[in-house]
Design a protein around this ligand. Structure first.
Ligand code: ARG
Length: 461
């Protein structure tokens, strides 16, 4: 009987050729060729293990390794011819291997299936991406620490509801971003534990009857261990979903950070000067300097969280074990990793060039009655109940609004009209410097505390 699909690897059972459109529709080589290096790495380890276990001869193993090494070179140099007829990265490489080395190439797939192969490739790919992402995240964290150090005693208004709330230091504000990124880095390392488990040996779904040594392959590939259940190994993509969830959180953090940089660089806030190299002008309005990088990062957070939804919905309703649905995992995953690395890199490059406009920051806190809570606390220390103090200060703020003065600019006599408990010493509490310096407990905004937090963070990095 002739094989109508003699150009396909697995199709002798078919009496009809694949429909031309279906061939294109079901192929993944256009995007999964991106995992070629991982595919070759996995195949070399698999062949090495097969020879170690006596399933291949040493000569066959050597031919396979030589052929795969040549293919890796062809791919790197852009000489490799990818064919949609071979459907995916795995079959393209295997077909080329057989062209190059003959019968030994056909033996590579012994005790293996594309199902455990693809799961392995994705894990190897993600492991590598997580390392790149972590490196960019660390760069960004260092940049934030440096900027925080320069601004440990730069006073600005802190906000709740985007209304002036209490004075804080800019260094303290930046250290909030640092803390968020610390948790992100921790989550990234944690998800790596579940990525770094080896599916090879699960074969199609039930394992293989060959006397393979999965510990050997895991060791060769640097996986922490072989996976514990063959069905689970080829079907679940929870590790990819988890990675995308971690990536989404990082992107949401960057998006919030972006929002602040955009607001702060506006004429209305005018808290920071954004580096020219990270902004663009307008094609029509000559005065414009647009914060493109933060805006784009904020926008890209939508795309990554969208990928998280895609992957979750991809998994939903899939019965065990492998289903072709899973081929749809790659594009969202690749784009998640690319987007995240690029955004982190842009941020790590940009943050060192941000300049705080210290006077504007200071004046914003002065204008907004930011020390109102300090006045209330002062009255409480003199024996007044907090709710009564809140009321008294409310009246003082109203006078300030009506007469266009900050609390520190209202005279002692006027303040004493609101409460006889107020003395000359009140003014040291109404200054912004006094207000921030008083918050010196751990986690507080006092310059001393911020410097200590930065030192602790540096030591921990
Ligand atoms: N291209 C496939 C994927 O991305 C590889 C696995 C194919 N397995 C199969 N039984 N059709 O998932």
């Amino acid at each position: 009987m002739t094989n109508v699909n003699s150009d396909k690897l697995s199709s002798a059972r078919f009496a009809e050729a694949t429909d031309a459109f279906v061939e294109v529709f079901t192929a993944s080589v256009d995007f999964d060729q991106r995992m070629a290096a991982q595919d070759i790495q996995g195949s070399i380890a698999h062949a090495t293990m097969l020879a170690y276990c006596g399933i291949l001869t040493d000569a066959e193993r050597d031919d396979i390794i030589r052929g795969l090494t040549q293919i890796a070179g062809e791919i790197e140099r852009g000489e490799f011819v990818w064919s949609i007829k071979q459907e995916d990265v795995h079959m393209n490489i295997e077909a080329r291997l057989t062209d190059l080395i003959g019968i030994a190439g056909k033996k590579l797939h012994t005790g293996r299936s594309r199902n455990d192969q693809v799961a392995t490739d994705i894990r190897l790919y993600l492991r590598h991406e997580v390392q790149q992402i972590s490196a960019q995240l660390t760069r960004l964290q260092h940049a934030i620490l440096d900027l925080a150090e320069q601004n440990a005693d730069t006073i600005m208004s802190g906000f709740t509801h985007l209304q002036v709330a209490q004075p804080i230091t800019f260094g303290h504000h930046l250290m909030a971003w640092f803390e968020m990124l610390c948790r992100d880095a921790e989550r990234l390392q944690d998800c790596l534990k579940r990525i770094n488990v080896m599916p090879l040996g699960a074969a199609a779904l039930a394992g293989t009857s060959y006397p393979i040594d999965r510990y050997k392959t895991a060791e060769l590939l640097g996986f922490s261990r072989p996976s514990a259940n063959s069905l689970d190994s080829v079907s679940d993509r929870d590790f990819a979903i988890e990675f995308t969830a971690v990536a989404s959180l990082i992107m949401i953090h960057l998006s919030r950070f972006s929002e602040e940089l955009i607001l702060w660089s506006s004429a209305q806030f005018d808290f920071i000067d954004m580096p020219d190299a990270f902004c663009t002008g307008s094609s029509i309005m000559p005065q414009k300097k647009n914060p493109d990088v933060p805006e784009l990062v904020r926008g890209k957070s939508g795309r990554v969280t969208g990928h998280l939804m895609s992957l979750l919905m991809l998994m939903k309703s899939q019965p065990l074990a492998y289903n072709k649905d899973n081929q749809e995992d790659k594009e969202p995953l690749f784009d998640t990793a690319d987007t995240l690395i690029n955004c982190l890199r842009a941020y790590a490059d940009m943050i060192p060039h941000i300049k705080a406009k210290k006077d504007n920051m200071y004046n914003s806190a002065k204008r907004g009655f930011a020390t109102a809570t300090d006045l209330a606390d002062y009255l409480v220390r003199k024996g007044m109940a907090f709710r009564d103090a809140h009321e008294v200060v409310g009246l003082a703020v109203r006078l300030g609004i009506e007469t266009g003065r900050d609390l520190s600019e209202i005279s002692l006599a006027e303040l004493q009209n609101f409460s006889a408990l107020i003395n000359e010493d009140v003014f040291s509490y109404l200054t912004l410097e006094g207000s921030v310096a008083a918050r010196k407990h751990i986690g507080g905004t006092a310059p001393e505390t911020v410097k200590a937090a930065i030192a602790t963070a540096r030591a921990a990095m």
